[in-house]
Write a protein that binds this ligand. Structure first.
Ligand code: PLP
Length: 375
């Protein structure tokens, strides 16, 4: 089955009781036991499993090509549980350019818990090799990364991880399995914020871990989900599963518009630099041609001028909304350094742009007018 068909049908069985095509919502927290004490229908208590969560996990595993998926209440809960499946004193090599919440988790929760973490530029394989320790258990990165869109060669990093007996873990939130397939390229685990493109409408928070194999590490993540309890509510699972049905068309449209906008910004006299892997001048362009089918809906750019200039520009936009997050139908722009906080290394004139599904000419006009007009 091709991915477009999987996105529509995986986890969407016709309801055997009513014939409903759209899945029923199972709000019950508890499920009936037989007189002999057994649970022949599979569910006991909703923290442990729920029909809506099962359906979502089945779909996510199928889309990424993994043997199993574990859904969480947020992307960060998913990421946190992958690291918590390790033991104190294990070592992680993590990319320097990551969603700032992930860096926060590693530095402020997991390092005090005993995890050892080295932050390196994983796009530089020599730096990566130099950070390897005897106890390295995970190499962790995003590609394209947030917010600088750095590109990591997934198969080469996976080969290094496997040589030293570590796991290669890739956050595939930005490209989604529609544009990039880390498990097929050698990664062992993929994590997602399903809040973004999977949900697709800026109205649901969620996360997921998808594993190539159902092994002891996967079982430990499942245990952490069920006992730690950072589980998504049934309706949140329902919303993400519904969002996934249109994921393929949305990703195509997001990518086409973002590519057109990146080319436009790259030539604009009031723009200093554009970060988009589809541009031939992007340092990761050759790698991205090998591992992504399109270049995605996210880009960052530095405006000519300082922070005030960047903020004033966003104030002149009429269609593109000023807000954090990404992956929804509406275009969102944000001044990244101020959302990341005082420790941010992101340039002060950098704006991150989640290109939505509006007509691309309207978006280009909005950008051009805000860049050119100075009130
Ligand atoms: N991973 C990436 C790449 C993200 O961009 C984000 C959030 O922006 C997260 C993880 C965290 O996801 P959530 O906000 O669902 O916890």
């Amino acid at each position: 089955m091709k991915i477009e068909t999987k996105a529509i049908h995986l986890g969407h069985e016709v309801d055997p009781l009513t014939g409903a095509i759209a899945a029923p919502l199972h709000l019950s927290t508890t499920f009936e036991r037989e007189a002999d004490g057994s649970y022949p229908r599979g569910h006991i208590y909703t923290r442990l499993s729920n029909p809506n969560r099962d359906a979502l996990e089945k779909c996510l595993a199928g889309l990424e090509g993994g043997e199993g998926a574990v859904a969480f209440a947020s992307g960060l809960a998913a990421i946190m549980n992958v690291f918590q499946a390790l033991s104190p004193n294990d070592h992680v090599i993590a990319s320097q350019d990551l969603y700032h919440g992930t860096t926060h988790i590693l530095q402020d929760i997991l390092e005090p818990w005993g995890l050892q973490v080295s932050f390196v530029d994983v796009t530089d394989l020599d730096q990566l090799e130099g950070a390897i320790q005897e106890n390295t258990k995970i190499i962790y990165f995003e590609t394209p990364s947030n917010p600088l869109l750095k590109i990591t060669d997934i198969s080469r990093v996976a080969a290094i991880a496997h040589r030293i007996g570590a796991l290669c873990v890739c956050d595939n939130t930005w490209p989604t399995p529609i544009l990039q397939r880390p498990l097929e390229l050698g990664a062992d685990i993929v994590v997602h914020s399903t809040t973004k493109y999977f949900g697709g409408h800026s109205d649901v928070l969620g996360g997921a871990v998808i594993s190539k194999v159902k092994d002891a590490f996967f079982d430990r993540i499942r245990m952490l989900q069920q006992i730690g309890g950072a589980v998504p509510a049934p309706f949140d699972c329902w919303l993400v599963l519904r969002g996934i049905q249109t994921l393929c068309c949305r990703m195509k449209n997001h990518s086409e518009s973002a590519f057109a906008i990146a080319k436009f910004l790259d030539k604009h006299p009031n723009v200093e630099k554009v970060y988009y892997p589809g541009l031939a001048n992007h340092p990761g362009h050759d790698i991205v041609l090998k591992q992504m089918s399109q270049f995605g809906g996210m880009l960052s750019f530095q405006i000519k001028g300082d922070k005030e200039e960047a903020l004033a520009f966003t104030g002149r936009l009429r269609i593109i909304r000023r807000a954090t997050s990404l992956g929804g139908v509406e275009s969102l722009i944000e001044h990244r350094a101020s959302i990341e906080g005082p420790q941010s290394k992101t340039p002060d004139n950098l704006l991150r742009f989640s290109v939505g599904l509006e007509n691309v000419d309207d978006l280009l006009t909005d950008l051009d007018e805000a860049l050119t007009k100075k009130e």
